[in-house]
Design a protein around this ligand. Structure first.
Ligand code: ADP
Length: 273
């Protein structure tokens, strides 16, 4: 199975030859398969590094559908998604944007961190998320019916938004929603083993460290230890970096710039690995 992945803000397209490794955490694969059958828009909710992107890459490959990923940021506008006129020599040409291409060709469009995008993006996708399933291209005065394979998927990090970039209830209610969180310890250790080749005993220690830090809510960290950070630590250890140093640079330092908290976390981790 193959999936086309457009993974950067610069819209570089690559092809996934086979499904990437994905360890299901709950019923998300079943839910997604049914949502795809019904072409219901899906919102993936959860903290950074909790497997949302990996999940959609896996699902696209598993379903054999092309995937276009857009990393939304504060400058992402509906023009970036729908398309624009460009001047080439003496001609003015229309260039479809990734959303228009996905709508026409029947791809899965993944809007990563949708709440970051400008409000006109939300307006542009409205008619694709209800019974109309169509895209209005105002610059061309055209309405396109979505290909029957087209599906819209978005991600949203509820904790990170801290109230200032919330998704409006009227937008949220256009999606079914899947929650992503940290996997059960045994599953998370298995992910580290599969992703890094590290042995299971050290992987379990990394997971214990993560769960200890995740429970230290009194530290007031904006984001806590994600599976991604553990995978990074695992890779460094696997490549020969001393364990404690790997944990410091891959797990502790990315979480905080506060020197006292850093020291306390390093001491805590050193006791555990
Ligand atoms: P998000 O999109 O939520 O920020 P990612 O999907 O990029 O997070 O996940 C970060 C990394 O964590 C992945 O590259 C992968 O190594 C690992 N990961 C997290 N969850 C899973 C999972 N359920 N199965 C396999 N790998 C996972």
């Amino acid at each position: 199975m193959s999936a086309i992945v457009n993974n950067t803000k610069r819209n570089v397209v690559s092809t996934l030859k086979e499904a990437p490794f994905y360890k299901p955490i709950a019923k998300e694969v079943d839910v997604f398969e049914h949502a795809y059958a019904e072409k219901l828009p899906v919102l993936l909710k959860g903290p950074t590094g909790s497997g949302k992107t990996r999940f959609i890459e896996y699902m696209a490959s598993h379903l054999g559908k092309p995937l276009l990923t857009i990393s939304c940021h504060e400058e992402t506008s509906s023009t970036d998604l729908i398309g624009r006129f460009i001047i080439k020599g003496a001609e003015t040409l229309w260039m479809d944007g990734p959303l228009t291409k996905a709508v026409k060709n029947g791809a899965i469009l993944y809007l990563d961190e949708i709440a970051e995008a400008r409000p006109d993006v939300i307006v542009a996708i409205h008619s694709l998320t209800d019974h109309r399933k169509e895209l209005y291209i105002d610059k061309l005065g055209e309405t396109i019916k979505a290909h029957s394979d087209f599906m819209l998927v978005a991600s949203f990090n509820p904790g990170y938004q801290k109230g200032f970039k919330e998704l409006k209830p009227s937008t949220r209610q256009r999606f079914i929603a899947l929650s992503f969180n940290y996997p059960k310890p045994a599953d998370e250790a298995e992910i580290i083993v599969k992703e890094t080749g590290l042995d299971i005993s050290v992987s379990k220690k990394l997971v214990s460290i993560a769960n200890k830090v995740r429970n230290l809510t009194e530290l007031g960290l904006t984001e806590t230890v994600s599976t991604r950070l553990l995978v990074d630590a695992g890779k460094l250890i696997r490549s020969g970096l001393p364990k404690r140093l790997a944990v410091k640079v891959a797990v502790v330092e990315p979480l905080t710039d506060d020197l006292e908290i850093t020291e306390a976390l390093v001491d805590l981790c050193n006791l555990m690995i």
